[in-house]
Design a protein around this ligand. Structure first.
Ligand SMILES: Nc1ncnc2c1ncn2[C@@H]1O[C@H](COP(=O)(O)OC(=O)CCCC[C@@H]2CCSS2)[C@@H](O)[C@H]1O
Length: 379
């Protein structure tokens, strides 16, 4: 597959293609083409592979005298900004039920939903040439080229709105020391019901300084014009990019899992997939919440106070009225959680082990089980 990439990139000469194969890395090949503009399209729909390819290009390609556009789309995923709190931003329970992954990107900003009806554009430049207005102009002009009557405009916060009211695109950026990228989404035919469901947080009582998303009413471009499709829109943005920057780059397919041409990329994807990055990089926060506990005959209110740093529970205090459950039991359970990850799988294991230590008392066992379930469900 990567040969296709090489041959496209080196379309000018067969000699160049042969030497590219010998050299083997994508950045070598890009350097050899000598082109100042390149358009890549991902063959993968895996969010972690695609984010890793962005990192790889940012770290390995000389962007001082070169601009690149990367086109990509993902299977359903929720993508949070670098400084965000996933417990505050999304419905992790629904995501787990539906097998939708959470990804933390390296750029800042808010949380968005991706699926194959959402396309992404990443504009790579030198830091000096970083220009979000110009990039969004490429997207809006491409849409205007396809449907001249369509009212699509970029806002001062770099969203793109349809008819002045519905968001169709969100923006984020990473500025490195010398290189930069600006990436944006474009909602073509995404599953809007799923988008709303996964972006509805369930965890109550979070106090944090993490970046908060700015929710907006969203719409798909295809709701406005069902004759459009994602591929046509991607092609049109690619062609408008060439026009805007005076390039004549073909769209080159890239396989972001190809370790031979992208050395180190698999490790980059693994880093993005790791719990330590997605959850562990959450800015320090606390949870202060009250919840109901029930059994067949009675009901009470319990409170939970936790401090969480790097996704790890630093302090934990669960209080249940003493006439409902002996104080020692909830206190002991709280102590067991300290030092563990704020993670339902790990907490379930801790809870199961703890439940086995409770002195034989069916009523307390039952109540303690309910308490453990409620705590696990918050994670
Ligand atoms: N796919 C998509 N596109 C546009 N808007 C969306 C999308 N998903 C959700 N939203 C809406 O935006 C807000 C969040 O807006 P907010 O402004 O807080 O955040 C963003 O826009 C971030 C955009 C990141 C773009 C990157 C490009 C490649 S990887 S992700 C959310 O609550 C929804 O109302």
């Amino acid at each position: 597959m990567i040969l296709r990439t090489f041959s496209n990139l080196c379309a000018q000469s067969q000699a160049c293609f042969r030497s590219a194969r010998a050299k083997s890395t994508l950045s070598d090949v890009i350097d050899e083409t000598g082109k100042s503009g390149l358009i890549l399209k991902s063959l993968s729909t895996d969010i972690f592979e695609n984010l890793a390819l962005e990192d790889w290009i940012h770290d390995h390609v000389d962007l001082q005298n070169r601009n690149m556009l990367f086109l990509w789309s993902n299977a359903p995923a929720v993508v949070i900004g670098r400084h965000q709190n996933p417990w505050q931003e999304c419905n992790l329970q629904v995501m787990r039920q539906k097998g939708i992954p959470l990804a933390r990107r390296r750029s800042g900003g808010g949380t968005v939903f991706h699926d194959l009806g959402n396309v992404n554009f990443t504009f790579f430049t030198s830091k000096k040439n970083y220009d979000r207005h110009r990039n969004l102009q490429v997207v809006t002009s491409a849409l205007k080229g396809l449907r001249p009557d369509m009212d699509v405009r970029a806002t001062e916060r770099f969203d793109i709105l349809l008819n002045g009211q519905h968001k169709i695109s969100g923006t984020a950026a990473k500025l490195g020391r010398t290189a930069a990228y600006h990436h944006c989404t474009l909602l073509c035919s995404a599953d809007r019901a799923l988008l709303s469901a996964v972006l509805k947080p369930t965890c109550q009582g979070i106090k944090s300084n993490a970046t908060q998303s700015v929710p907006s009413p969203v719409k798909n471009l295809l709701d406005e014009d069902p004759t459009l499709d994602c591929d046509t829109i991607m092609d049109s943005v690619a062609s408008q990019y060439n026009t805007e920057f005076g390039f004549s780059s073909p769209v080159t397919l890239v396989d972001p899992s190809d370790e031979l041409s992208l050395p180190g990329i698999q490790r980059m994807a693994c880093e993005l997939l790791a719990w330590e990055w997605t959850f562990g990089r959450t800015p320090k926060f606390s949870i202060c919440t009250t919840f109901e506990l029930k059994n067949d005959t009675s009901i009470c209110n319990a409170t939970l106070n936790m401090d969480i740093k790097n996704g790890i529970i630093e302090t934990c205090d669960i209080e249940v009225p003493s006439d409902w459950l002996p104080v020692e039991l909830s206190r002991e359970f709280s102590l067991h959680l300290i030092g563990g990850k704020l993670c339902p799988y790990q907490t379930s294991v801790i809870a199961a082990a703890f439940l086995r230590t409770i002195p034989q008392n069916k009523e307390f066992e039952r109540k303690m089980y309910n308490l453990c379930r409620r705590v696990v469900f918050m994670m």
